[in-house]
Design a binder for this molecule. Sequence first.
Ligand code: HXC
Length: 258
Amino acid sequence: MTYETILVEQRDAVTLITLNRPQALNALNGQVLSDLSAAFAAYDADPTQHCAVLTGSEKAFAAGADIKEMVDKDGADFFLQDFFSGWQTHVVATRKPWIAAVAGFALGGGCELAMMADFIIAADTAKFGQPEIKLGVAPGMGGSQRLTRAVGKAKAMDMCLTGRMMGAEEAERSGLVSRIVPAADLLDDALKTAAAIAAMPPMAAMVNKEMVNIAFETGLAQGLLTERRMFQILTATEDKKEGMTAFVEKRPGVWKGR
Ligand code: HXC
């Protein structure tokens, strides 16, 4: 399948999705949402694919929601279209793991899109920010919520109220990104990490993802109970039997994905 605003390729069990609107620094418009929704749905449905990487260009992961698309809309348009809701229902809803590999600007919706990933690997050139306040608005795709959960109230307030950018070092220190790599190594590193995840028992990967996400959405007692139940459910899979037997027999596991 070909898309207007993204490039998609499969590298063994890893799907690589590249935002491709260089003339607009990968600003996120309706077409990007529609393309990404289709690409993530295809990835989720493809039994040969077990991890995905979403990346942008050297200059910009994405410079935000498309301001030119929003400038002439009025409040009723945004409300009636439930603007931005598709990101939650189509992108965040992806059940299999995916990584954001971020170089350059990840601003506004770009930062929010990166935070929808299971984790972010940042190039040393990455710059994160929620500059919506400078446009007279506020984050609308999760920025005030996911950023606060990732970096805490003090940094999130600082970022949202000043609209300033945070470099890769500060982002790693603050817990926004899992690691920093030299820009030239970003894609290689992200693809290697994705390949390592893709080599894991696939149901276990999906459940691990779901469980960490549940930690953000529920209280500790409910989260611990859900974790225990999910663990118990995974013990019923063929891959659990294979994984534990393979360990005892000192050989690598061969996964069935069920
Ligand atoms: C539409 C954008 C864009 C955006 C950049 N471009 N960001 N178009 N929406 N978010 C376009 C520019 O208009 C320009 O096109 C081209 O990309 C190159 O950008 P320049 O500004 O010339 O590049 P540079 O001088 O290097 O500056 C880079 C930048 C700046 C610092 C990232 O582009 C910038 O500040 N962009 C806006 C960042 C932002 O405010 N993001 C949040 C958006 S709001 P032309 O055709 O003019 O050459 C959001 C959520 C809103 O994300 C939620 C509220 C409802």
